[in-house]
Write a protein that binds this ligand. Structure first.
Ligand code: HAM
Length: 435
């Protein structure tokens, strides 16, 4: 029995087929929302371009090992959230859950580091994490990701954060909080880790099951736990601040000095560890209170050993990723942001007029003018209604009589004024309006 037959009713009657919906946690982005997305992308390209960034496009699918090594085997992302499958039973592949590891893979594979000492790249696209979907959290979501490879001076960190804040400003986003922290380096973090293990070990019974397990695998992840009791215990845990070495402290002060020079407001958050294992020194997040539980709009930080861990030379790096959906949800719906309507609607009445409209409308479109028309032979009233609904600047009324008289009525929809125009000049007349 075919699928089609299986949905037939008992007496040979055909039942309507059920529509196929999108996969849970994967969502469509429809117009006019897509206009907003384009506006954000264009703003990112402009702002990032001025700061010397170039776009890189990377595949959605990578070898699973890239993320295990890059993000860390014992992070939530790698342990629980990746879409991983065996390709024809041979090779384990994963839909990328983030972009940083892929950007570095491409950077190493194409030996970009051999050609230049500083590389600034950005990429925009979908990421995949099998988290529990809720408002602001999807299984396919999009990031605007920026990475700087090469320099390790604090000015670079401050500059990257400054670019981010400037970008958010350009989009008119207010009421955002920037939080920064330093996670120290390979020199000073082990002592901190030991202190955390010993403190948490003494409270192990009170921790949730996940955190008890993390204690043995990745104790700093306990700082990320959302369980209330664990949060309360963590608030009493040792702070990296008391362990950080002189070099890391000077570096972090340099970052803050850079931010102060530009009057960028920030808050120190010494509990922020971030959910990926590759970070060293500076980490930061931008949050928006009104977004609710999923309030992190941007996450980023320095990763001075990731390039080496992925098989390359010891090249430091820093970057961030903006959650596109969360960013878009904060952009105000103002009249200014609303996309502009078409320049012209051609209301054609009758077969001859429709043919003329078909030729004129498509010629104008090929010259870059946004023209709308419809061939359904509707009444003038309903065509004008449609022109209005589409917010067209002008409507051209073309009937059989007008064609006979070699003229048409051009109506300025915003000023509700109309004039007769000669059909021979029509294309030029409209092209002049488009300029
Ligand atoms: P992340 O903090 O995992 O960092 O993600 C960055 C941002 O992506 C989050 O702040 C959030 O806005 C958005 N995001 C993450 N998961 C979801 C989801 N399930 N649904 C919707 N939005 C989400 C990274 O990915 C690092 N690669 C950032 C980075 C770049 N660090 C250095 N360079």
């Amino acid at each position: 029995m075919t699928f089609y037959e299986s949905v037939k009713g008992g007496q040979g009657e055909i039942l309507p087929m059920e529509i196929i919906t999108a996969v849970r946690g994967f969502k469509d982005i429809l117009p006019p929302e897509t206009e907003k997305w384009r506006h954000v992308e264009e703003t990112a390209r402009k702002v990032f371009g001025a700061f010397g960034f170039h776009e890189i496009r990377i595949p959605l699918l990578e070898k699973t090992e890239l993320f295990c090594r890059g993000i860390g085997e014992t992070t939530d992302i790698v342990e629980k959230e990746m879409y991983t499958f065996l390709d024809r039973g041979e090779e384990s592949l994963t839909l990328r859950p983030e972009a940083t590891a892929s950007v570095i893979r491409a950077y190493l594979e194409h030996a970009v580091h051999a050609a230049e000492t500083v590389t600034r790249l950005f990429t925009i696209g979908p990421m995949f994490r099998r988290e529990r979907p809720q408002k602001g959290r999807y299984r396919q979501f999009h990031q605007i990701d920026a990475e700087i490879l090469g320099p390790d001076d604090p000015r670079t960190d401050a500059e990257l954060i400054l670019m981010l804040i400037h970008f958010l400003d350009r989009l008119g986003l207010a009421k955002l909080n920037l939080e920064i922290n330093s996670l120290g380096c390979l020199e000073c973090r082990p002592a901190f880790r030991e202190a955390v293990i010993s403190f948490l070990g003494s409270q192990a019974e009170e921790l949730c099951g996940d955190c008890r397990r993390r204690l043995g695998t990745n104790p700093l992840r306990v700082f990320d736990c959302k369980v209330e009791k664990c949060g309360e215990i963590i608030s009493r845990a040792p702070r990296l601040n008391s362990f950080i070495c002189g070099d890391c402290r000077t570096h972090f002060e340099g970052v803050q000095e850079g931010l102060r020079l530009f009057g960028v407001p920030y808050r120190l958050n010494d509990q922020m560890v971030r959910g990926l294992d590759y970070y060293t020194r500076t980490t930061f997040e931008v949050t928006a209170e009104h977004l609710g539980a999923q309030n992190a709009v941007v996450g980023g930080g320095r990763y001075d050993h990731l390039v080496r861990d992925l098989g390359g030379p010891d090249i430091p790096g820093i970057g961030f990723a903006i959650g596109f959906e969360r960013l878009i949800s904060m952009i105000p719906e103002s009249g200014e942001d609303a996309p502009q309507g078409p320049l012209l609607f051609i209301a054609a009445l009758g077969e001859k007029a429709a043919e003329r409209a078909f030729i004129l409308g498509n010629r104008l479109r090929m010259n870059g003018v946004h023209v709308e028309m419809d061939y359904a032979g509707r009444s003038l009233k309903s065509q004008m209604k449609k022109a209005d609904r589409l917010r067209c600047a002008y409507a051209l009324i073309l009937g059989e009589r007008e064609i006979q008289d070699n003229k048409a009525l051009l109506r300025n929809m915003r000023e509700s004024a109309q004039e007769e125009v000669c059909l021979d000049d029509l294309e030029n007349t409209i092209m002049t309006l488009a300029r």
